[in-house]
Each structure stands twice: as C-alpha cells, then as structure tokens.
Design a protein around this ligand. Structure first.
Ligand SMILES: Cc1ncc(COP(=O)(O)O)c(C=O)c1O
Length: 465
C-alpha cells in the first residue's frame, strides 16, 4: 500500500490509535527485557509507547493499528531504496523455493563476494550475520595479523556490542550516558571505563579511546602507544553520536596511523553503499586496511561482512590462523537479498545525487521551520544522513561527541513526539542519524516539513506537547 502523505492523520486522531501498539508493548515486556529486541526501539529517551510495525512499503511504515507514518529510519539504514523493494522481494522468494540454509557453500555467496570486491576494491571479503560480527571479527583479525593487543576507537562511535567495543560507545549507549549526566570515567591516557555492565575492566583496558575529529589527541596517543596498537577502528562519517562529519585534519591523522603500521578499520556498517557505492571512505579518499559492512549489503536481511587486502584477509581461517565461523553465514536468502540490493543500486547511478538533493532540502526546510519558531537547532547533513541537534551551535559546527552531548535532549523529545503525532517517524534519540530513501518523494518532503514546522512551533507553546 502506498500512503498519500496528504492524508496522514492529525495529532488528535493519532492519540486514540495506539491501542494495539500499547497492548503489544505490554505483552512484549512480559516476555522480553524492556519489551524490545534492541534498546533504542523502546523510546526510553523520548517517552511514550513504541509503535509496533505491521508492514512497510516504500517510504511508509504502517503500525499495528493501521496508522501510516512517513519513515525516516529505513530500518536504521538498510532500506536505501525504500521498504519492500520488488527486486529484493522477488530474489528472496526465488531463493526461498530452493531451501533456506545449507551449511555448505553456494553460488550466491560467490556472486555477492564478486560484487563486493568489484564495487569496493577490496581483495577478499568474508560474510557474517550482523555488523557486530563484522567489527568483532575484523578486530580479532587485526590482532592476529599484527600480534598486538590494543585497539583504538573514538568516543561516540558505535561498532556493535562486542565486549571490547562497548567503551565510550555511541548510539543507545550515548543516549543513556547523556541521560545519566554524561559522567564518563576516564582513567588515564586513552583509557576509559566500559559503557555497559558485564564488560570486564580487563577487556575495556585493551581499548584505547580518543576524541573523534581531534587530530592532536590521536597523534599524541599514537606517539605514546602506537607500537602496541593493532588497529584504529572508526566510523568514517559518524551516525551514532548523531551525524558527525570528519575534518580534513582528522583524515590526515588517520593516514598517519596507517603510515605508522597500525591497521585502519573503517566501520562502514552504516555508511557503506549509502554515501556512495564505495561508502564514506570512497568519498573521503581513505583506503582502509579492513572495512566492515552491514545493513544495505544484506538488503534488509541479517548480513554483515568484513574485507580488505589479501595479505591481511588471508589470515582468516581456514586459510590462516584467525578463527571465525558462522552456521548461517552466507545464508542463501540473505545473499539473494544483498545481490538484488547491490544490483539495484548499481543500475541507478543517479540515485546518490537524488538522495543528497532530497536530504539537503530536508535540512534547509528543518532550519527554516525551527528558525521561524525560534527553536535553536544545528543541522549536520551528508548524503542521505542527517541529524538536527537541538543546540544553538552554528549549523555544521558540531564535530565531536562533546559538542553533540550538549544538545537539549528534552527539547528533542518534545519535538519527536510532535512529529510522531503528525505521522512522521523520526529516529527516537537525539544521538542518531535519520536515513532517507529513494522512495521519498516531494510529497513526503513537504508533509514532513509541514509537520516539523508545526512541531517546532508547538515546542515554544507551553502545554501543547
Ligand atoms: C557503525 C556501526 N557499526 C556496527 C553496528 C552494529 O551492527 P548490527 O546492529 O548489525 O550488529 C552498527 C549498528 O547500527 C553501526 O551503526
């Protein structure tokens, strides 16, 4: 079903329509911690009941009560061409007829491997089942290849939930940390406490932390500890502290990391195939030693991947000594979906420019709506990723975790609820990117901007939220 944004509901009618979501949320909480299978979905930082989604098509999500929303999350990135893409659906149905899992290699894995190496320029790729598995495996590989123990990451970057990466992590952890007063415990040069209970300090001690977009801090840490560091892992454009765009000086410092013999691992789980066919690193002129993918590479099915130079990748088992395995890795349905998705993207070379134009218009419209209402926001946008921070910092000037963490999260929560009530599904945290898809039309843009302007105006009227 394609919804007409002109007929999206008004706030008063929406309020009465959450019954099924509320009932499902109550049942879910009885069987699943917090009622969700991934924390940010629970709406904790914005309040209210998460919408339980029954189906999705194009740019529209339909909840269990039959309400339509213009979706700006796109399943947190994979749906770059819109939900329920016919090419992906048909490929999955075709694969399904041949069985759902073999536990043995198949042709689709070869085809997707060939597509990924050809498009991205890596020599070798290994498929896994999630972004978390990709980054976790890439780090083990980096340690195995270099024989070094330490890794370095940046504050507010999120790389999935492997133990050693839950240190000053972004995404849901940043949302919680800022809500708790942002008291992150630093313990000495580059050292930091775990962001999650259950991560032993001994594990966290092997993860050094530096500030994103601070080349001097990175250089200092490299001078002091570079000889012990196996890899620097980073989001080439950050989505998980809200959108943060790297400074040229920071990119130079990343080049110096590589020149010093430390492996550079680009986490392109969010940005891969989204900011360009060659991801953010393709746009930024970086040539990482290893790259991690997820989301789009699986066309909406559970897939992750890591790849890089043959010399490094050949360390992976069974060719090399670094063990990594997966019962469902290379799953035929997931491979079929990924192949269809990459095929559709390659067949439409103008898609990235259209996504960028749409998202830039969205950014300008949000700025205008907020400014008319006297609400300070600071917009970061690149390609089809955007965050509107509730902050009086000039547009584009939010560059670090610390800058982002100063945002007014209460104002964001009020605006988020105003958007939801007007049928606009936005990321339910100030510290996330939104994701635009090629299924978003001018009608969706106009409806979104009208709702945004009203929601900004409502923020300044006491009691209206
Ligand atoms: C940059 C980045 N890396 C890794 C991950 C983890 O991926 P997954 O949720 O598939 O485990 C995410 C998830 O959002 C991510 O944004």
């Amino acid at each position: 079903m394609t919804a007409n944004p002109e007929i999206l509901s008004t706030p008063s009618s929406q309020a009465a329509r959450t019954t099924q979501s509320q009932a499902l949320f109550a049942r879910a909480q009885a069987v699943t911690p917090g009622g969700v299978n991934s924390p940010v979905r629970a709406f904790r930082s914005v309040g209210g009941t998460p919408r339980f989604i029954a189906r999705a098509n194009g740019a529209i999500l339909t909840d269990a009560d039959g309400n339509d929303y213009i979706d700006h999350i796109g399943s947190w990135g994979p749906m770059i061409l819109g939900h329920n893409l016919p090419a992906v659906r048909e490929a999955v149905i075709e694969a399904l007829a041949g069985g759902t899992s073999f536990g043995a290699p198949g042709e689709r894995e070869v085809l997707l491997g060939e597509a990924v190496t050809r498009i991205t320029g890596v020599d070798r790729v290994r498929f896994v089942n999630s972004g978390t598995e990709a980054t976790m495996s890439a780090l083990r590989l980096a340690r195995g290849f270099t024989g070094r123990k330490y890794i370095l990451k940046f504050r507010g970057n999120y790389h999935g939930h492997a133990d050693g990466l839950l240190v000053e992590a972004g995404s849901g952890l940043m949302t919680d940390a800022v809500a708790d007063g942002g008291q992150l415990n630093r313990q000495g040069l580059g050292q930091a406490a775990p962001s999650s209970a259950g991560v032993p300090e001994e594990y966290a001690a092997l993860t050094l932390v530096s500030e994103y977009n601070d080349p001097a801090a990175l250089d200092a840490l490299m001078t002091a500890r570079g000889h012990e560091i196996a890899a620097v892992i980073f989001e080439p454009v950050v989505g998980n502290a809200g959108v943060l765009i790297p400074n040229p000086e920071f990119l130079d410092a990343l080049h110096r990391v590589q020149a010093a013999g430390v492996l550079l691992i680009a986490d392109e789980v969010m940005t891969g195939f989204r900011l360009s066919l060659r991801g953010a690193t393709g746009l930024l002129g970086l040539r990482p030693d290893l790259t991690c993918w997820g989301k789009i590479i699986g066309g909406g099915l559970p897939v992750g991947a890591y790849g890089g130079r043959a010399e490094v990748m050949n360390f992976v088992s069974p060719q090399g000594p670094v063990y990594q395995a997966g019962t469902l890795s290379g799953n035929p349905l997931a491979m079929a979906a990924g192949l269809a998705m990459l095929g559709a993207l390659e067949a439409d070379p103008g898609v990235y420019e259209r996504l960028n134009t749409y998202t830039a218009q969205l950014a300008e419209g949000l700025k205008a709506g907020a400014s008319a209402a006297g609400v300070p926001i600071s917009v970061n946008q690149i390609g089809s990723m955007l965050t509107a921070f509730h902050s009086s910092a000039p547009h584009g000037s939010i560059r670090t975790y610390t800058d982002a963490a100063r945002s007014d999260t209460a104002a964001f929560a009020g605006w988020f609820q105003g958007m939801l009530a007007r049928g606009i599904y936005w990321a339910p945290s100030q510290f996330e990117s939104i994701f635009v898809s090629a299924a978003h039309t001018d009608a969706h843009l106009n409806a979104t901007l009208e709702a945004a302007a009203q929601a900004y105006a409502a923020l300044t009227v006491r009691g209206e939220q």
